[in-house]
Structure formats: structure tokens, C-alpha cells
Design a protein around this ligand. Structure first.
Ligand SMILES: *Cc1c(COP(=O)(O)O)cnc(C)c1O
Length: 385
């Protein structure tokens, strides 16, 4: 048996110990954590929808109509009118034939790989992909190869090496990288995947709702259609402020997932009331474009201020604005001092990021006020990460 206590002690000594904080109220920039008021710069609630009154009302109305639990998997009798309508609206929002709900993004990523690939098929991924995409390789048993981050040439070489191989190939990438905030070079990846007869899957957890003229995400931002990117995964728990996820694509893709994605088939449907709240989130995204614009203005303001302070920013134009620190212990120390000053900014350490790449992961939200962005910059200026 493993000595768990000793392993945990080693982890603690190496500044790798993960702990939780207890949040007393809604997800919002001004929050009460472990009983004290803090200004949070770490949420993925980019548009401030997680506590939007319209979503709260939609959730309550949904609960009045559908109750609380879905009570069964989608394929048994858990698939309600609310789920069905949300799928149709997500398909329309993303410009695809159909969409299919999953209970989490993690499960959606596992389900796609497992439904499309078997042993000895090929899975090519960006080295910095989200853990759920990486874990999908184990779920399907395919051969995983990771190309250099954002490096279309490296992908092309690896696809070239598979020429003549009759097995299926799936290329998957984050649209916006969750720890760096940069965009994948999707037009080039799409061209290489198409030339090699490979599927391309984009996980747009951090782009959906944030990027693009209507908030439809990275693909809209970069002008890519459903033919170029046949598989799109989006999550509902980030910019859309609710919970769950979906895969959007062709009729045949969605039917294949319904028939064989194990993380779709063998799990209880998300509550229908949550689906109603997500439907309302889509309406708010359409009705309140000012949220996206305010968010982009915060990004510009933060970057300009951080550049003036000489902080080590990364090439990100998205609400994910990491400040590179380097060493894990130093990042933890800075995060602790920010906390003392009333700011919640997490330190991200290995193994989540590469050795020597520890950082403060600042995320911005439309729910922040301009002066709150300024206050963060002020304290960062004093701490000098
Ligand atoms: C958050 C995230 C997921 C997982 O989505 P959940 O719905 O939270 O399970 C998948 N991919 C990326 C890139 C993410 O950031």
C-alpha cells in the first residue's frame, strides 16, 4: 500500500499542495471567501453570467416546470424539451447541423475520442491541450502524439509521417489555451488536417461566448466553418455561466456520439432547469454584446498597464492574462501576498504548466469594474512579480 501521508508531505514541501477555499456567495468579482471579502481575478465566468438575474430566473422557472434532477440518462427518459431546445439553439449559435449535450466538458472530450477512435488509431494533440483532451487518449486507447505548442509545421510533419496509414486520425486542440490564453493557429491546423484526411476537433471552452462578432467563439473569430473544423466542443460552465457542455457537428457525427459515446450514454442528464438557464445565457449573449466589448476593453487596459509596469505577460489577447513568474515557490508567495492585499489570483504551478513556467493566472470578466482592473495593476506594481 502507498504511504499517502508521506506522499502528501512531499507534495507540500515542493509547493505543489492544492487546497480549496470556501466561497460564501455567487461567483462574482467581489466575493466572500473563507469569511473575508476579496476581489477575484480567477474565474472563468468571463461575461458575469453566473449570477445574472435573467439566468437565475430561468433556472427557477425551469425547476418549477421540470423539478430538480433529470432522473435518468438522455437515452432512457432524462431528455427533456428543455435539453432538446438547448441543443437546437447551440447548433444554430455555432452554425452546425446539430449539437449534443454532455454533463461536463471533461466527459464530452472523452466521449468524442472514444466514439471515433479505437486502439491503433492516431490522436495528435497540441502539447498544451487541456487535461481532459489528454485523458481522452487513455479513454479510447489510441496512440497519442503531442505536437509542439501552436506549431502547425510540427503537426504537418507528424501527419506526413502517417501518410499511407489507413487508421483514423483525430487532431485535437484547445481553441484558446487555458493556461496561456493564446489562440491555436486554427486555419493552418484545419488545412493540414483536411489534407491528411484527419478529423479536427476544437475545444473552445475559453472562446465560446467571448470571441467572435456574435460570441460564437474562436471559429467565428478566425472565420472557420463546419467543413474546416468538423468537431466543436464548447462548455456551458465558463462564459455561459451555467454548467455542462456540448459537441456540435454534422448529423452523422452527433448520431454516432448518441449511439456510442460512453460518457453520453451511461450518465444522468444535466438538470433540465440548468438547460433552461443555459438557453437564457444564449439570449443574454445575443442581447448584451456590451459585455463582450467591456471584457475586451478590460483586456486592453490590463495589458497596457502591465506593460508599463514591465510585467512578463504572454502573447494573449483573451481574458486569460498570465503573468509569468518562473519558479513555483515564488508564484505561491506572490499569490499569498495578493491574497493578503485582498486579491484572489491563483498561482499555477507544474505539473499544470511546464517546469519553470509557474505563473499568476489573471482572468478578467465583464463583471469587473475598470477601477478594479487598475487596483490589481497597482498591487502588482508594488509586488513586482
Ligand atoms: C474547463 C475546460 C474543460 C472541462 O470542462 P468542464 O465542463 O469544466 O468539465 C475542457 N477543456 C478546456 C480547455 C477547459 O478549460
Amino acid at each position: 500500500m502507498r504511504d499517502l501521508a508521506a506522499e502528501l508531505a512531499r507534495r507540500r514541501a515542493g509547493d505543489r499542495y492544492r487546497t480549496r477555499r470556501v466561497l460564501e456567495g455567487p461567483q462574482a468579482p467581489r466575493q466572500t471567501v473563507d469569511g473575508r471579502p476579496l476581489l477575484a481575478f480567477c474565474s472563468n465566468d468571463y461575461l458575469g453570467l453566473a449570477h445574472h438575474p435573467r439566468l437565475v430566473t430561468a433556472l427557477k422557472r425551469g425547476a418549477d416546470r421540470y423539478g430538480v434532477g433529470a432522473g435518468a440518462a438522455h437515452l432512457v427518459n432524462g431528455h427533456s424539451r428543455a435539453h432538446h431546445a438547448l441543443e437546437e439553439e447551440l447548433a444554430a449559435f455555432t452554425g452546425r447541423e446539430r449539437a449534443l449535450l454532455f454533463s461536463t466538458g471533461y466527459m464530452a472530450n472523452l466521449g468524442v475520442a472514444q466514439a471515433l477512435l479505437g486502439r491503433r488509431d492516431h490522436l495528435l494533440q497540441d502539447r498544451l491541450n487541456h487535461a481532459s483532451l489528454i485523458d481522452a487518449a487513455a479513454a479510447c486507447g489510441a496512440r497519442l502524439r503531442r505536437y509542439r505548442h501552436g506549431d502547425e509545421g510540427d503537426l504537418a510533419r507528424r501527419l506526413g509521417a502517417l501518410e499511407g496509414d489507413e487508421r483514423e486520425i483525430l487532431v485535437s486542440t484547445d481553441g484558446v489555451f487555458s493556461m496561456d490564453g493564446d489562440l491555436a493557429p486554427l486555419p493552418a491546423l484545419a488545412a493540414h488536417a483536411a489534407a491528411a484526411g484527419a478529423w479536427l476537433m476544437v475545444d473552445d471552452a475559453h472562446g465560446l461566448g467571448v470571441l467572435g462578432a456574435t460570441g460564437a467563439g474562436s471559429l467565428e473569430h478566425l472565420g472557420l466553418d463546419a467543413r474546416q473544423v468538423p468537431i466543436l466542443m464548447g462548455t456551458l460552465g465558463k462564459a455561459l455561466g451555467t454548467a455542462g457542455a456540448f459537441v456540435a457537428g454534422s448529423e452523422a457525427l452527433i448520431e454516432t456520439l448518441i449511439q456510442s459515446a460512453r460518457t453520453y450514454i451511461y450518465t444522468t442528464a444535466m438538470p433540465a432547469a440548468v438547460a433552461e438557464a443555459a438557453r437564457e445565457a444564449l439570449r443574454v449573449v445575443a442581447d448584451e454584446p456590451g459585455r463582450r466589448h467591456r471584457l475586451q476593453a478590460h483586456v486592453r487596459r490590463f495589458r497596457a498597464g502591465a506593460a508599463q509596469l514591465g510585467l512578463a505577460l504572454m502573447p494573449s489577447r483573451t481574458p486569460i492574462q498570465p503573468v509569468l513568474v518562473g519558479e513555483a515557490g515564488r508564484a505561491v508567495e506572490l499569490s499569498r501576498r495578493l491574497l493578503e492585499a485582498g486579491f484572489l489570483v491563483p498561482a499555477i504551478r507544474p505539473p499544470t504548466v511546464p517546469e519553470g513556467g509557474a505563473r499568476l493566472r489573471v482572468t478578467l470578466s465583464a463583471a469587473h469594474h475598470e477601477d478594479e482592473v487598475d487596483r490589481l495593476l497597482e498591487v502588482l506594481g508594488e509586488l513586482h512579480p
